[in-house]
Design a binder for this molecule. Structure first.
Ligand code: HEC
Length: 137
């Protein structure tokens, strides 16, 4: 898999991407539709409430587990110590399998994410990441 972070930044700036990137590039408008699958647990608006999961406005730049006042799992807090910021590549893996990503990241086979939802579709993950990135500016 090529460097996703480069692609996503390119997409976010709406600069023409290379032709190979174009087929798979994330689309923020499509991602907003995908995000309807997240709103049982998350809000996306600035200053929005925390639900089962944290408000996701600004999630790309505030740091992993970086929203003050939300009670994250110990596992995600440990992952934040290991990784710091979310990258597009990490979120691609996280959204597919939050517990699996967390276990691999902190090298603890018993770690559990508090996020039980998995988004299997790769294009939908790319799109919803583009949407979150578009909210981050
Ligand atoms: C069933 C509830 C639920 C659903 C549905 C859900 N999430 Fe989550 N999400 C959570 C919880 C709970 C956490 C906190 C995880 C932890 O502390 O381990 C979380 C954490 C996150 C984080 C990390 C937040 C941070 O501050 O670092 C991101 C990003 C995220 N979710 C994105 C999504 C997206 C995008 C969707 C929809 C495709 C989604 N989630 C669907 C419950 C959910």
């Amino acid at each position: 898999m090529p460097k996703l972070s480069t692609y996503a930044i390119t997409c976010a700036l709406a600069v023409a991407a290379s032709s190979t990137a174009q087929a798979q590039e994330g689309d923020a408008a499509r991602g907003e539709v995908v995000a309807k699958r997240c709103i049982a647990c998350h809000t996306f608006d600035e200053g929005g409430a925390n639900k089962v999961g944290p408000n996701l406005f600004g999630v790309m730049s505030r740091g992993i587990a970086g929203l003050e006042g939300f009670k994250y799992s110990d596992a995600l807090v440990a992952a934040a110590e290991a990784q710091g910021q979310w990258t597009e590549a990490q979120l691609m893996d996280y959204l597919a399998d939050p517990t699996g990503w967390t276990r691999a990241t902190i090298d603890d086979a018993k770690a559990r994410s508090k996020m039980t939802f998995k988004l299997a579709d790769e294009q939908q993950r790319r799109d919803v990441i583009a949407y979150m990135t578009s909210l981050d500016n």
